[in-house]
Write a protein that binds this ligand. Structure first.
Ligand code: MLT
Length: 248
């Protein structure tokens, strides 16, 4: 199993992902929000890469079962029902709903990797479940960090490093590219106190300034959720193992 890490979606064309297994990480906050929404009973999350497309998709929906969620500059987009704080994605707000999600980096990273054969989202919250799922898949994979407008994000890379570390504990034959080794090294240096590390990142500081301090602690919780969000045919749902049909 070979693992590599991309620090930003802008480093790869969408066709690069064709047929690959990709894990998208946007700790602050899109992939944390996605795990939370699905954990709290959302039917599905539909990631989009523009607000205009979000509006268009929601215009075609009916019955009040579809809601718009997401942010611009960390704040809720005007006209949307929810922002991008995972704490808003409660059972009360999302149960049974399809959520159209637009975010500055995270939803765009997922859309960019849409041609992947397997496309999974990961955060600190569901890292253990994603590691086990990758072990079962037993394929080479790429970790795509959402980053920040094409730039490096420490929290995403450290989450990538922790995911890789988890896998190396569970499996022997793992080949790490230079970017994967660098992520592991960063996670060892900075990842001991996840909450403190996140609070000190550029994006963490912006969230605190904008009143989202509670999100930092929430996004830092390791293995608090046990789902594996999987993107297929334009929507993200919880992975559900196929049940073998009995012969009779
Ligand atoms: C993003 O996609 O850039 C983030 O999720 C932004 C945020 O809501 O903090």
């Amino acid at each position: 199993m070979k693992i590599s890490v991309l620090i930003s979606p802008l480093n790869a064309d969408e066709l690069f992902f064709t047929g690959k297994t990709t894990v998208v990480i946007d700790v602050l906050r899109a992939t944390t929000t996605i795990s939370t929404a699905l954990q709290n009973g959302a039917k599905e999350v539909i990631p989009v890469n523009t607000v205009e497309f979000a509006m268009k998709v929601s215009g075609n929906a009916f019955g009040g079962q579809t809601i718009l969620g997401g942010e611009r500059n960390t704040k809720k987009v005007e006209g949307f029902t929810l922002g991008n704080s995972p704490l808003e994605y409660t059972q009360e707000n999302v149960f049974g709903k399809s959520i159209i999600l637009f975010t500055t980096n995270g939803s765009k990273a997922i859309v960019r990797a849409k041609f992947s054969e397997n496309l999974i989202t990961c955060s600190f919250n569901n890292l253990g479940s994603v590691a086990n799922h990758l072990l079962d898949l037993n394929k080479d994979f790429i970790i795509l960090c959402a980053g920040a407008n094409g730039m490096f994000s420490l929290e995403d890379t450290i989450c990538a490093g922790k995911l890789i570390t988890e896998l190396t504990k569970l499996k022997e034959e793992i080949i790490l590219t230079d970017s994967a080794r660098a992520s592991v090294s960063l996670s060892k240096s900075f990842g001991k106190n996840i909450s403190k590390m996140i609070a000190e990142t550029e994006h963490g500081r912006t969230l605190i300034e904008n009143g989202y301090s509670d999100d930092i602690n929430y996004c830092a919780k390791l293995n608090s959720i046990d789902n594996v969000p999987v993107f297929s045919s334009g929507v993200i749902k919880n992975y559900e193992p196929k049940v073998e049909q009995s012969a009779n």
